[in-house]
Design a protein around this ligand. Structure first.
Ligand code: TRP
Length: 448
């Protein structure tokens, strides 16, 4: 009774969806602020390096396993397992991925809810509802619950419509709008006083700040930004047709992700210094640049306020950008547990979406009601521990457990001469040895 499996209708559809997953709050908010507080261009260079030498190979592992098995991560890893031990690890990794993807979505939906609330604010201001506008932009449990619910509802609506009509259609619509909004905002901000100082901070390398912590932070950023470890890219790979060359698509997704992160820096950093020029405090008391929620939710709104009426339009464009980026990412997280429920529990897509969506919303609610205790904790457990450990396991599956001839056969589809390429000469031993060791080394460091 299982329905025919969904599939992306073209490689452009897959690209939009995979790039949409990768491009999110991590790019537009996480990357620029980490770069600003970690030596500017020094961080940018190291991040670029890590994205290609570490994240890209891990991305390829997920895409290849996914397209080969045409199943969710639990089922896919079981299928390439060769004995009881690897089967045990297949279950552990598969269910671990579902859990971590759900936890990531549970906090991501809260932050994305803030973006939606700020998107609504200019409308409230325009119609003169100033107390509503205040409510929308000040933190409260009621506001957080309302907008997390709205954002989660939107995510569920898209996922309930399936791969082609939901994920692909909305990503193909939203990704180009995101790029246009981003470019328009950059053009505007760069004409404002103070913008050039921001550009300098962003683009002048200060290599004295390169430290083990910086490497770790850049690695975590690369993993989060490419949506790795939890089976998001694996499931998107499983919806990909066999006519496409995986190594090539993987490079494109990495390039788009890194490109948009870098471009977002050209907006965020100049905007911060424009805000300073306009009288907003952008350094915390200890002299560090304000980077956390304070940046997006205080510094930039203060800047928009100081611009008068045009500020309303700019605020609208900015928070629309953030909402769109969040939505194309959140759907890719929800698809992980939903695909499992459809394929392994045999639920229809709509019921699976409703059930899983409500469970994750319940987790978000627990976090909202215990915000100070749980918010940071869930982020750290899922992104600093969960994602890298699952990443190691996936590399081990691709490099050690999966039969090499099957791996080659899969990569040959859509790329006939793969054996003659540099990719095939380097990547197999690379995911086998280098990736797991690099990730583990960085990970052990956090524990020390
Ligand atoms: N990559 C997205 C961002 O940069 C977030 C994201 C989407 C993600 N899917 C994921 C992170 C899966 C980890 C795992 O915002």
């Amino acid at each position: 009774m299982s329905a025919p499996r969904g599939q992306f209708s073209s490689n452009v559809g897959f690209l939009m969806a995979a790039a949409g997953s990768a491009v999110g709050l991590g790019n537009i908010w996480g990357f620029p602020t980490k770069a600003a507080s970690n030596g500017g261009a020094a961080f940018v260079v190291i991040y670029l390096l890590l994205a290609f030498v570490l994240a890209y190979p891990a991305l390829m592992a997920e895409l290849t396993i996914g397209r080969h098995a045409r199943r969710n991560m639990v089922q896919a890893l079981r299928e390439i397992s060769t004995g009881p031990v690897s089967r045990f690890f297949a279950n552990l990794t598969g269910f671990g991925g579902i859990l971590i993807a759900s936890l990531i979505l549970s906090f991501y939906a809260i932050v994305a809810g803030w973006m939606v609330a700020h998107l609504a604010e200019p409308f409230a201001t325009l119609i003169g509802a100033s107390s509503t506008a205040d409510w929308l932009t000040s933190s409260s449990t009621a506001r957080n619950m309302t907008f997390t619910a709205i954002f989660s509802g939107l995510t569920m609506l898209i996922i309930a419509s399936g791969v082609e009509k939901g994920i692909e259609r909305w990503s193909t619509l939203l990704m180009p709008s995101l790029i246009i909004l981003l470019l328009l905002l950059i053009m505007y901000v760069l004409t404002q006083p103070g913008a050039i100082i921001g550009l300098q901070v962003y683009l002048m390398p200060d290599f004295s700040q390169v430290s083990p912590e910086l490497l770790l932070s850049a690695m975590g950023q690369a993993f989060f930004s490419l949506s790795l470890g939890v089976g998001t890219m694996l499931i998107y790979g499983s919806y990909l047709s066999q006519q496409e060359s995986l190594p090539r698509l993987g490079v494109l997704v990495t390039l788009i992700d890194v490109g948009i992160a870098f471009t977002a820096g050209l907006l965020i950093l100049p905007a911060m210094y424009v805000a300073q020029e306009a009288g907003t405090q952008i350094f915390a008391d200890d002299g560090s640049l304000i980077a956390g929620p304070g940046l997006i939710l205080q510094v930039l709104p203060a800047l928009f306020d100081s611009m008068g009426t045009i500020g309303l339009v700019v605020a609208l464009a900015f928070f629309a950008l953030m909402t769109i980026a969040s939505l194309t990412s959140s759907i890719s997280m929800l698809e992980v547990p939903v695909a499992f429920s459809i394929e392994n529990l045999k639920l229809p897509r709509r019921s699976a979406t409703l059930l899983v969506g409500l469970i994750i919303f319940a987790i978000s609610s627990v976090i909202i009601f215990n915000f100070d205790a749980l918010f940071g904790l869930v982020i750290s457990i899922s992104t600093e521990y969960g994602q890298p450990l699952l990443g190691v396991s996936l590399c081990i599956f691709a490099g050690w457990i999966w039969r090499r001839d099957q791996l080659l056969q899969e990569l040959r589809k859509g790329h006939e001469n793969i054996e003659q390429t540099l990719f095939w000469k380097i990547w197999p031993w690379y995911v086998r040895v280098v990736c797991p060791l690099l990730i583990l080394a960085a990970f052990v460091q956090t524990l020390l």
